[in-house]
Design a protein. Structure first.
Length: 290
């Protein structure tokens, strides 16, 4: 593991680079205006571009849209003997904001990225304006078989096809071409090595480690939009209802006939929903701390 070469490539997953918390970090940065940072999920072979490629061009029409590969994922460096965990990921995120000179941003988090967004906002509330949590982890409970299988992925085309079946309600999205692309992404040098270190069995403990204390969620001061697919097989829709009941400034939108891939299966509606939510905020919306 270690550095991943990025120079001289036409791979759209690779864009800008910055040193964040001592880690060379690959990220996408498009548009102008109030900054919004998008945090990807934890599927095998994932990258910021894979998660947000359909969303960034649209959100960037009204906001500066920024999407990093978190440490251990995508084309960000993978330090030798790195200890993965929520504290390390929060520190990487804060280091990324510091490196870009961003004092306060909106956060959009997908699944693992939602749990990370909550953890960061609880620890550093003044660095974030509004939160969008999509298919988000961060609530205590029993891990679903779908997530257990995703985190336990071992590379093969057949296994990747099964992963995509878990993620998507709309089976038309699960094409042989997509399975091949995501499988090839999962076997790039260093990808599976770091992935297998993050969530080894028994995986319930890693799900627990990403869960926030309910008292912390009750105290969370941010305006928060929770978005979930009713047929999600990775994170229970009931978790979204529970989260909405705990976060006092929360609103919840549930899409029917939708799985874990809300930003893909309901792309246009997702963009409109998120865009309207972010546009409500004043340029420097104060974060009430009581």
């Amino acid at each position: 593991m270690g550095s991943i070469a990025t120079a001289g490539t036409d791979n759209p997953e690779i864009s800008k680079s910055v040193i964040a918390a001592g880690i060379r970090t690959n990220y996408h940065d498009v548009g102008e205006g109030s900054p919004v940072v998008f945090i990807h999920g934890s599927g095998p072979g994932v990258s910021a571009w894979a998660n947000w490629r359909m969303i960034l061009p649209k959100i960037s029409q009204q906001n500066r849209a920024i999407a990093p590969d978190m440490v251990g994922f995508g084309f960000t460096d993978r330090p030798e003997n790195f200890k993965y965990g929520v504290e390390a990921w929060v520190q990487h995120l804060l280091g990324f904001l510091d490196a870009l000179g961003l004092d306060q941003v909106d956060l959009v988090g997908n699944s693992f990225g939602g749990a990370l967004s909550l953890a960061a906002a609880i620890r550093h509330p003044d660095r974030f304006r509004r939160l969008v949590l999509m298919g988000s982890g961060g609530i205590k409970g029993s891990i679903l078989p779908g997530l257990d299988e995703v985190w336990g992925y071992t590379p093969s085309l057949e296994n990747m096809r099964r992963m995509l079946d878990i993620f998507a309600y709309n089976r038309d999205l699960v094409t042989d071409e997509l399975a091949q692309i995501r499988y090839e992404a999962s076997i790039r040098p260093g990808f599976q090595e770091s992935y297998s270190q993050m969530f080894p069995a028994p995986r319930q403990r890693w799900f627990d480690s990403l869960a926030c204390q309910e008292d912390d969620l009750r105290k969370l001061p941010h305006q928060t939009l929770i978005v979930h697919g009713r047929e999600d097989r990775v994170i229970r829709v009931e978790d979204a209802y529970r989260m909405a009941s705990l976060i006092r400034r929360a609103q919840l939108h549930v899409f029917g006939e939708c799985g874990h891939w809300t930003q893909i299966e309901q792309s246009s509606r997702f963009v409109q929903l998120v865009g309207n939510f972010l546009a409500e905020a004043a340029p420097s919306e104060p974060i009430p701390l009581s």
